[in-house]
Design a binder for this molecule. Structure first.
Ligand code: AMP
Ligand code: TRP
Length: 326
């Protein structure tokens, strides 16, 4: 059984990119894996977020995990800040990571480099993420394409730690889905769909109404010219729609393209396919949010189980580095 860990920030509504890039593969493999899925609230603190909103979104994200199909009896679901070993291990790893390698992280380059007011937490974000993963001896980390560089850093940190202190950490691998690994914004198809871009028309939220989804797909920006061809670099708008159709119905985007001569027909089919895929998720979500006490119980149990694994890894790493056992 492979040990698996992944996480999602509770910084906004779960969207189609989160589902196709991450959540859907979590659900597909839950019978096969020994999996830990966390709501990474500490990572969400690296962006300005209102405290009440963070609390609310943390619960909503938990409901979203289950609504997407995760079964808390099969996987361990928890909130990152409830398991103290994450931050403790992150400190140990910060003492092995270099400024240079963190400076090369594209997320930091895009969001903060060169700005003196940027928070230290944004800079060390990837080390906390490495701790999330390494604390569970994870073999696999199912994520979208945008996380590839972070997983590479995690591997580097683990290898370096093992070289210096002995064989303590498991070196993980990213698993990135073949379709849906990089869902683009429907209004700006050169940018990934994201919680942090204020793009109400560009982002499909997982639990929005069918009407909203249809409307957004209909208004999606397509490319100049009117032929339907799959060319992600040259024609990112149409290609994103073809990717979505492929992700929702199966098949390859290039083959699906040959069925269409008009954008309008393609958009109608993409809209319908997405609505059909998401309708059962939305129904479960509404039900779950009507009784948050059940969610809180799931998260408490999850944190207890997660702590046992993560504490043991922390203890091993701390001992290897020479910290005196209490
Ligand atoms: P985040 O919303 O940044 O916490 O991302 C949580 C997970 O969703 C990660 O595994 C990301 O790689 C994945 N993800 C986020 N945005 C997208 C996107 N636009 N396309 C595919 N995967 C995504
Ligand atoms: N950085 C990830 C993102 O923005 C979220 C994350 C934090 C994560 N810790 C993780 C993903 C551990 C996988 C494993 O999407």
């Amino acid at each position: 059984m492979a040990r698996v860990l992944s996480g999602i920030q509770p910084s906004g509504d779960l969207h189609l990119g989160n589902y196709l890039g991450a959540l859907r593969q979590w659900v597909q493999n839950q019978d096969r894996d020994d999996a830990y899925y966390c709501i990474v609230d500490l990572h969400a603190l690296t962006q300005a977020i209102d405290p009440d909103e963070l609390r609310r979104r943390t619960l909503e994200t938990a409901a979203g995990f289950i609504a997407a199909g995760l079964d808390p009896e099969k996987v361990t679901m928890f909130v990152q800040s409830h398991v103290v070993a994450h931050t403790r291990l992150a400190w140990l790893l910060e003492c092995t990571a270099s400024m240079g390698e963190l400076n090369r992280m594209t997320q930091f380059k895009d969001k903060g480099r060169g700005n003196d007011a940027v928070k230290v937490g944004l800079f060390t974000y990837p080390v906390l993420m490495a701790a999330d993963i390494l604390a569970y001896d994870a073999d696999l980390v199912p994520v979208g394409e945008d996380q590839r560089q972070h997983i590479e850093l995690t591997r580097d940190l683990a290898n370096r730690f093992n070289f210096q202190y002995g064989d303590v950490l498991v070196v993980p691998e990213a698993t990135i889905p073949a379709v849906g690994a990089r869902v683009m914004d429907l209004q700006q198809p050169d940018r990934k769909m994201s919680k942090s871009i204020p793009s109400p028309l560009g982002r499909i939220d997982l639990f929005e109404s069918a009407e909203d989804t249809m409307k957004k797909v209909k208004k999606a920006v397509t490319d100049t010219g009117d032929d339907v061809t799959y060319d992600p670099d040259g024609r990112p708008g149409v290609s994103n729609l073809l990717d979505l159709l492929a992700a929702a119905t199966g098949g390859s985007p290039a083959t699906l393209a040959t069925n269409y001569t008009r954008f309008g027909d393609l958009k109608a089919d993409v809209g319908t396919a997405l609505v059909e895929m998401l309708a059962p998720l939305r129904a479960r979500y509404t039900e779950l949010m009507s009784d948050p006490s059940e969610l809180t119980a799931v998260l408490r149990k999850g944190a207890e189980k997660a702590s046992i694994v993560a504490d043991a890894t922390y203890d091993r790493a701390a001992a290897a580095m020479g910290l005196l056992a209490p």
